[in-house]
Each structure stands twice: as structure tokens, then as C-alpha cells.
Design a protein around this ligand. Sequence first.
Ligand code: GRF
Length: 195
Amino acid sequence: MLRTVVLISGHGSNLRAFLGACADGTVPATVVAVGADSEAPGLEHARSAGIPVFVEPLERGVDRDAWGDRLADVVESCAPDLVILSGFMRVLPPTFVHRFAPMIINTHPSFLPEFPGAHAVRDASAAGVTETGASVIVVDDGVDTGPILAQRRVPVLDGDTETVLHDRIKIVERELLAEVVRDLAARGSAVLQEN
Ligand code: GRF
């Protein structure tokens, strides 16, 4: 079982799905804590499952490296095998990434390297593409630039609102994340070095 810390920033629907997959045994992982950069609504999914939560706010004017160190200290205190960013909307400083690399992965709602960054679904909609995708990557020092562990295409349908499209993408994100974590549990970090 992979001891896992999940970091979120929003509603945590992907977190909720991941917790369900851990609970029903389809993913060999135990979420030992959930963290956020603010009092994110998604933390409720952890609380209701009896999982410890923590918040390390990144307030305006706060030194990002110092914030990253504080966040890393809390994450490290959970002794994770794996750190998952799932809807975590902050760029983590290299000092944080290097403390957990390569066992730090991120889900992203596009077929990277298409549409990196915080507005991937909006950007795909605006670009008028007929398909986009979902990706799971290893987090590196860049923004959505790390090695791709899994990705799959998702169709953009006529009349899609951003929310409808994002919900369709999230379903695939959740499937890809489960596949990647099963692979990591079975083959360890060798999986991450292959990419
Ligand atoms: C996900 O699509 C994630 O990839 C992106 O933000 C979304 C978070 O959704 N960074 P939720 O908070 O899990 O509902």
C-alpha cells in the first residue's frame, strides 16, 4: 500500500474519487493526509473520511520558497511514499519538488504538452479544438512540463460548456490516476525513471 499525501486547492472531486478507489481496493494506496493552500472545500472529503488535513496558506507577499519549505515539512512529517497534486493550483518551488521527486505526480486536464497551466480547459474551449485530453505527469521544476506517465484523448462536443467539458475530462483524469498509482505500487519508482 502506498502511503499517499494528496494536495488540493478546490472542490476535490478528483480527491473524492481517489479516496473511493482506495476504500474499495481498486487502488493500492492509503491517503494518510490531505493538504491545501487555503481552506479548500475539498478538504471536507478528507475530514468526513477521518483523514488528517492541513492548510499552508500562500498569502500575498509571503516568500514562496519559505512557504514551500513549510509545506514540505508538513508533507514529509506524514512519511509519504507518494505525493499527488490533484487540483492543486499553486506552482511549487523547486525546493519542495526536490524533497519528494520523483514520487510526486500531478493530474492535468489536457493532453500535455497541449494547454499547460491553470486554465487548460478554458484554453482548449477557446482554441476550438475537437479533442483535448487528460494527463498524469511527474512534477518537475516547470509548470506541467514533467515526464508524462499516462494520458488519453477526450472529445470536445458541440455545445460543451467549460464545466461540461471539464467534468468529462475529470472522469478520464481519475481513471488515469488510478492506473498510474496501481503501476507505481506494483513496480515502484522505476516507473517514474522510465519516462
Ligand atoms: C482537475 O481537473 C485538475 O486536473 C485541475 O483542476 C481540477 C480540479 O478539480 N488542476 P477538483 O478540485 O478535483 O474537482
